[in-house]
Structure formats: C-alpha cells, structure tokens
Ligand binder design. Structure first.
Ligand code: GLN
Length: 286
C-alpha cells in the first residue's frame, strides 16, 4: 500500500466514527509512524509503505477510533515551542495554558523562586525556566506517576548544560503545599477546575482518557482555588504574585477569593477566544 492509500484509509476510518479532525489526525499519525513530514507524504504519495509500518499505523488508528487522544498515541505535545512527553498519567498541555506562561514571563526576573502547584507534565515550570535565566523552580503534584513524566521532561528539555544556564528545578510529591519549603516570588497553578457534575459531559478524549484528578475541581469547580489562595499567602514573599488558569466562568469567583484573602492589584486576562482565562494578583507586604 502507498502513503496516499494508507492516508485515505485512515481518514475514512476516523471519519466513520465521527472524529472531527479526521484528516489531520490520519495524517499526523502516518507522519509519526513513517518518520516523515507533510511534504514527503504529499510529494511521494505513491511510495510503498512497508508492512511493519502499515500494521503499526493500523494499530494507532484503532486507538484513535476508541477516542484515545492523538497525543497519548504519539506520546508528545508541543507547548511553548517545546516538545513535552505525555502519557495517560498527565493532562495534555493546552494552548490556553501558554497564555498563563506568557503572563508569568512578563513578571519574572532572573533569580526568582517559582512554585508550580499541580505541575502534571511539568509543562508550565519547565517552560518558565527555559525562557529565563537563573531562576529556581519547584514543581509539586500529588500524583507520583505524573511526577515521573515531569522528571523525564526536565531531563529532555532542561538537562545537562541547559540546566546550569536556566537555573535549578526540582519536582516533589506533595498534597498541595504539604512539602513546600521556603518563600516564593511567584506561585503559578493550573488546578483541576471542572465541576464534578460536568465531568460526564466532556468529550470522550478528555473524560475517558485524561486523569480525572487533573480535571475534577469539586462540586462547584472552585475547591482547589479556595485551598490554594488561602494557603499561598504563607508561601509568598511580600510583593510576591499568584497566577491561576481558570475556567471561563470562574473569573469573578476567583477574583473574589483573592480579594478576601488580601491580594492586591488583581487582574483578569482573556484567552485567544476572548474568554476569561487567567487571574493573578499580588500579595501585599503586610
Ligand atoms: N500543570 C499542568 C498543565 O497545566 C497540569 C495541570 C493539571 O493537572 N490540572 O498542563
């Protein structure tokens, strides 16, 4: 079978089960299996694909038909221009979360100490350190299997010499702030924020395959914000900043929580669809 024939077969199989981006997914999986890029598939569409690769492609298609997210099949997701390893132990890094990282980067200075709460794949903390110099990063998560992925990403993206240039980073298992030591200049967090009753309405890729403890924000979706806002005051220096990603209907509630806890200069930032996505504020000096 040729590239072209295999691609068409993949596209048709994924279309038949109602996958919206069937064409894109069929192509990306084929590129992944054949180790080629789009140009090669286009220009050499009539080239024969060896049987081993064909079988491997068919296996991935079967996974995608079951709605396994593409990123868990290929094992990677690009975030902030860096290729992160992912598996079913971690939330797949989202484009919206890049806005959170970009917002934090506006305020980071060399030498700052950063805490990434609910670090998951480590995508936020690793990106922050990658794009700054000499900061210190601590990533906490309750899930040991997620922390393994974060460690692998640290080795892949900030290993060796890079680590010296970009600063120190370590990951640790911790139930929220339990293991957080010392004061931080910045605390950043993309917590689970989906209401428990909404979990069953999620698309199967998310609801069936992404880790529920990375999604479930409790009865009103705000339970992590409540705990983290309150606790974070003890772990921030005077003038230190707390940054959250939020669900698009949570800005008012999260701003309210931060205000009651004494945070100042509270701001909301929108995502590329014009929806509220980030809330941040400053801990006063008192
Ligand atoms: N910090 C990770 C991310 O933003 C994981 C977040 C989570 O598990 N809720 O992708």
């Amino acid at each position: 079978m040729t590239y072209e024939e295999l691609y068409c077969r993949g596209r048709d199989r994924l279309t038949a089960v109602g996958i919206e981006e069937a064409e894109l997914d069929a192509r990306l999986l084929l590129e992944y299996i054949c180790g080629t890029d789009r140009n090669e598939l286009l220009v050499h569409g009539d080239r024969e694909v060896e049987d081993g690769k064909r079988t491997a492609y068919e296996e991935l298609l079967a996974g995608r038909e079951k709605r396994i997210p593409l990123q868990y099949l290929t094992g990677v997701q690009v975030f902030m221009g860096l290729e992160f390893l992912v598996n079913e132990a971690v939330l797949i890094p989202r484009q919206d979360t890049e806005i959170l990282v970009e917002e934090v980067l506006r305020y980071l200075h060399d030498g700052m100490r950063i805490l990434d709460m609910c670090t998951g794949s480590g995508c936020i903390l690793i990106s922050l350190l990658y794009y700054t110099n000499d900061c210190e990063g601590v990533g906490l998560d309750i899930s040991e299997t997620a922390l393994k992925v974060a460690e692998e990403n640290r080795g892949k993206l900030l290993g060796g010499e890079l680590q010296e240039r970009h600063g120190r980073i370590h990951f640790e298992q911790s139930d929220l702030f339990e293991q957080a030591a010392g004061l931080f200049d910045v605390i950043v967090c993309n917590p689970p924020y989906i209401r428990t009753d909404e979990l069953r309405t999620l698309m199967p890729e998310v609801g069936k395959y992404e880790p529920v403890n990375a999604l479930d924000g409790g009865e009103d979706g705000l339970s992590f914000y409540r705990k983290i806002v309150e606790e974070s005051k003890k772990h921030l220096c005077g003038g230190g900043m707390l940054f959250f990603e939020i669900g698009c209907e949570q800005a008012e509630a999260v701003c309210g929580l931060m205000k009651s806890a004494g945070f100042e200069a509270i701001n909301v930032v929108k995502d590329y669809s014009g929806l509220d996505r980030i809330v941040y504020g400053t801990r006063g000096f008192a």
